[in-house]
Design a protein around this ligand. Structure first.
Ligand code: FAD
Length: 296
C-alpha cells in the first residue's frame, strides 16, 4: 500500500525505521523486534540503504522477510549517489517485484574513504534527480529527507529551503526530518516550509537517545543541536546504560507530547533496531497512537 494513501486515510500514527541486519542471527533478532513493535500498529516500516548500494542485498533481503511476514506498508530507502540509471533501474525492478510501494529518495553521503569524490558527476547528483527518475516510473509513493536545522552542507537556511522545495516539487508525497532534540527548530522549519508553499506532510524523525557518546557524535555529524539541559542530565549517567536509556525515553516522551500539542500527529521513530525504548515511549504516551480510520 502506498504511504500517500495511508496518510490520507489515517489522521495519526507512528512509523518505524530499521537498518538491515548483517547476519542470519541478526535477522532473527530483528524480526522479533519488529514483531514486538508491530503491536503499536505502525503506519509503515522503512529500511535504510547504504549510500552507494553498500547494503543493497541486505536491504532487499530484510524487506523480503518483512513482506513474507505480513502486509504492513513497507518503504525502502534508496540513495542516488554514485549510482547509474541502469543500477537504479535494476533495484527498482527488484523492489517492485517484491511488492514494495514506497521509496525514501535520498542522495546519500559521499564515501569517507574517497576524498575528492564528486557527487555531481553521477547520474543522480542530488535527491531531486532520483525523485524525478522514480516519479516517472509511476510505481511508488515517494518520501524525501528534510532538515529542521538545515542540511550540514547547505550554504544557508534559505538555500536549504529553496533546494528542499525544488526536490519536493519533483514529486515527493511526504517528507521525513532529520533527528532533532529541540522542537523549536521543527516548528520554525514547518513555518518556513508552509510560507514557501510546501504542503506535503512533514513527519518528524524521533531518535530515542540510548548512548550519550554516540548520540553526541551522530548529532555532530548531522548538525543537530542537543540542548544544554538535556546534555547536563545525560552526562552524569553516560556510563550507566539503563539509566541513560530511561532518560532517553523520558526526553522522547516529552518531545513527542510537545509536538502533539503543536498539532503533529505522525512520528517516524529511528528504532536503531531495538524494541525497548520505542516500546517504553509509546506505552508512556498511552492510547494516542491507536490507528484511527478516518471517515472516507
Ligand atoms: P539532497 O536533497 O540532494 O541534498 C544534499 C545537499 O545538496 C544539501 O546540502 C542540499 O542543500 C544541496 N542541494 C540540493 N539541491 C541542490 C542544487 N540544485 N544545487 C546545489 N546544492 C543542492 N543516508 C543513507 O545513505 N541511507 C539511508 O538510508 C538514509 N536514510 C535517511 C533517512 C532520513 C529520514 C534522513 C533525514 C536522512 C537519511 N540519510 C540516509 C542521510 C542522507 O543521505 C544525507 O543527509 C545526505 O547528505 C543528503 O541526502 P538528501 O537526500 O537530503 O540530499
Amino acid at each position: 500500500m502506498k504511504i500517500r494513501d495511508v496518510l490520507k486515510t489515517h489522521k495519526e500514527g507512528i512509523a518505524l525505521e530499521f537498518f538491515p541486519p548483517k547476519t542470519m542471527d541478526g535477522m532473527a533478532a530483528f524480526l522479533l523486534v519488529v514483531e514486538e513493535l508491530k503491536a503499536f500498529d505502525p503506519l509503515y516500516i522503512s529500511m535504510t540503504y547504504g549510500a552507494g548500494g553498500t547494503t543493497r542485498e541486505r536491504t532487499v533481503n530484510a524487506l523480503r522477510w518483512l513482506r513474507e511476514d505480513g502486509c504492513l506498508p513497507l518503504m525502502s530507502h534508496l540513495t542516488g549517489i554514485g549510482a547509474t540509471r541502469d543500477s537504479i533501474g535494476a533495484i527498482v525492478d527488484e523492489l517492485e517485484s517484491l511488492g514494495i510501494d514506497n521509496i525514501l529518495a535520498l542522495r546519500g553521503d559521499p564515501p569517507k574513504d574517497l576524498p575528492g569524490f564528486d557527487p555531481s558527476k553521477g547520474d543522480f547528483p542530488f535527491a531531486r534527480d532520483l525523485v524525478d527518475f522514480l516519479r516517472k516510473t509511476g510505481l511508488f509513493s515517494l518520501g524525501v529527507a528534510v532538515y529542521p536545522e538545515g542540511h550540514p552542507r547547505s550554504p544557508s537556511l534559505a538555500k536549504d529551503l529553496e533546494y528542499t522545495k525544488r526536490k519536493i516539487d519533483r514529486g515527493a508525497d511526504f517528507a521525513i526530518t532529520q533527528m532533532f532534540f529541540d522542537n523549536r527548530y521543527f516548528y520554525r522549519f514547518r513555518d518556513r516550509a508552509a510560507r514557501a508553499g510546501i504542503t506535503i506532510p512533514i513527519i518528524p524523525g524521533i531518535m530515542p537517545i540510548v548512548d550519550c557518546k554516540r548520540t553526541r557524535e551522530f548529532a555532530d555529524v548531522c548538525s543537530a543541536t542537543i540542548p544544554k539541559d538535556i546534555l547536563d542530565r545525560m552526562e552524569p549517567v553516560s556510563d550507566l546504560p539503563e539509566d541513560m536509556r530511561k532518560l532517553g525515553v523520558e526526553f522522547a516522551v516529552k518531545q513527542v507530547e510537545d509536538l502533539m500539542k503543536h498539532g503533529v500527529s505522525y512520528f517516524h521513530f529511528y528504532t536503531m533496531n531495538r524494541a525497548d525504548s520505542v516500546s517504553d515511549i509509546l506505552v508512556a504516551l498511552g492510547r494516542e497512537f491507536q490507528r484511527t480510520q478516518a471517515a472516507a
